[in-house]
Write a protein that binds this ligand. Structure first.
Ligand SMILES: Cc1cc2nc3c(=O)[nH]c(=O)nc-3n(C[C@H](O)[C@H](O)[C@H](O)COP(=O)(O)OP(=O)(O)OC[C@H]3O[C@@H](n4cnc5c(N)ncnc54)[C@H](O)[C@@H]3O)c2cc1C
Length: 404
């Protein structure tokens, strides 16, 4: 049963045959909450998802660059395991969700004085090919004259393939798949207090009515709210050491392009220009933000930076008044020194205890690897879950085609 915009969880409907309201309670209906609900339901566990908003994917999972990619640039940090995992997950998504995840040509325009010279990029592409089991494209002698590229500056483009999606639609679909296997999703609902016991957890809901849910374990998949949820737990849990980094995207209208462009910006970061609903989606930036930021907004310097990067590579000069839309999302990164651009992007799991954990919290992660992250979370919780009959193997299960 799905309760939309309903803050009171129907205890009768949610009661399972045993003493628990659910085996697993998931907090958050972004891509990770949806994926864990799906993976847990596939393993035959009963799952309940609590989401504070009235719909899924209202936060970071609708504000990403919408790429299902291995992350070519992570090779610079020798993040081989992450790239390999992401390319494997990309292949699974291309097979199980062809209506949502599309293979796409990517062009890397070669300009003078690049930080990453051509030979280095070519080695990177070969490694990418090896890790993903695919052949990279060759440099394309005509690519620099398509899509109005500035061919006075650009001599050639390297070509490879990655994939694109609609992040919010992917999240809704993964969640729908979980619901089809019995997961229950409750919107406008969040925990007021969580109590961890030796053999179960109790979660008191926020709101006028005092309702308490019992489960075997809780997955805290609340994205940037990770510490707000942890602060509600007793016995007290240490706060996760995180940094928040804002990423802005802008949309330029009526300028369809034939693939995605991987551009080196003035500060040598990678910026993408991508086809998006007949328009151009350009992003992203990486601006450190205070950890209590909740509603990030694109700033004028970020918009100017993205326009400057676009205008350097394309003949058409886009102006501020051409920007049709813009938005910003927040990324959770492990606290650390140095540029956000070169910080690790893998999923980090925080457990209330190593053996028989009752609470797991996720820090970081990627849209691309959501299924692999969900598998890891379920493996961490396996020891406290019932032995149940698997309903599906998510590596092979097709994602449903939703009507909207
Ligand atoms: C600018 C940017 C670009 C990116 N681009 C890419 C990309 O191209 N490819 C890629 O693979 N990854 C990308 N990522 C990473 C990816 O988008 C994120 O890792 C992913 O979307 C995070 O999903 P999540 O479910 O953890 O968090 P969220 O999507 O933020 O979901 C958390 C959910 O928890 C809910 N919640 C919070 N607190 C409570 C509570 N107390 N009770 C109930 N519900 C609660 C929130 O409302 C929200 O719905 C990008 C990230 C950013 C910021």
């Amino acid at each position: 049963m799905t309760t939309r915009a309903n803050s009171a969880v129907d205890m009768e409907a949610t009661a399972t045959a045993n003493a628990f309201d659910a085996d697993l309670i998931v907090i958050g209906a972004g891509i990770h909450g949806a994926a864990v609900a799906r993976e847990a339901a596939a393993r035959g566990w009963s799952v309940m998802v609590l989401e504070q908003h009235e719909q899924p994917a209202r936060e970071t999972s609708s504000r990403s660059s919408k790429l299902i990619h291995g992350g070519l640039r992570y090779l610079e940090n020798a993040d081989i395991a992450l790239v390999h995992e992401c390319l494997r997950e990309q292949a699974i998504l291309l097979r199980t969700a062809p209506h949502l995840v599309k293979s796409q040509r990517f062009f890397i325009p070669m300009v003078p004085h690049m930080k990453r010279p051509r030979w280095q990029l070519q080695i990177g592409l070969w490694l990418y090919w090896l890790l993903g089991g695919r052949r990279p494209g060759q440099s394309d002698s005509n690519a620099h004259i398509i899509d109005g590229l500035n061919n006075e500056l650009i001599s050639q483009c390297l070509v490879y393939r990655d994939a694109q999606t609609d992040d919010a639609a992917l999240t809704r679909t993964v969640l729908a798949s979980a619901e089809m296997m019995g997961a229950r999703v409750h919107y406008s609902t969040s925990p007021a207090h969580i109590e961890l016991h030796q053999h179960h957890v109790e979660l008191r809901l926020q709101g006028a009515q005092t309702q308490t849910l019992r489960a075997r374990a809780i997955a805290n998949l609340s994205g940037i709210w990770i510490n707000d949820v942890l602060a509600k737990v007793s016995p007290e849990q240490p706060a996760a050491k995180i940094d928040l980094v804002k990423g802005t995207h802008i949309v330029l209208p009526d300028a369809p392009i034939q693939g995605c462009y991987y551009l080196e910006a003035e500060d040598q970061r990678a910026v993408f220009v991508m086809p998006w609903r007949g328009m151009r989606l350009i992003g992203t930036t990486e601006i450190p933000c205070p950890v209590n930021t909740r509603q990030p907004e694109p700033s004028e310097p970020e918009i100017d930076y993205l326009l400057r990067t676009h205008n350097r590579y394309f003949k058409t000069t886009a102006k501020r008044s051409d920007v049709k839309d813009s938005w910003a999302g927040l990324r959770v990164l492990p606290q650390g020194e140095g540029e956000a651009f070169s910080r690790p992007r893998e999923s980090i799991y925080l457990l209330n205890r190593q053996r028989q954990p009752r609470l797991i919290s996720l820090l970081g992660g990627k849209l691309t690897s959501h299924r692999a992250t969900a598998v890891s979370i379920c493996q961490h919780l396996q020891a406290v879950m019932p032995k149940a009959l698997w309903q599906a193997d998510t590596r092979y299960q097709a994602l449903p085609l939703l009507s909207c």
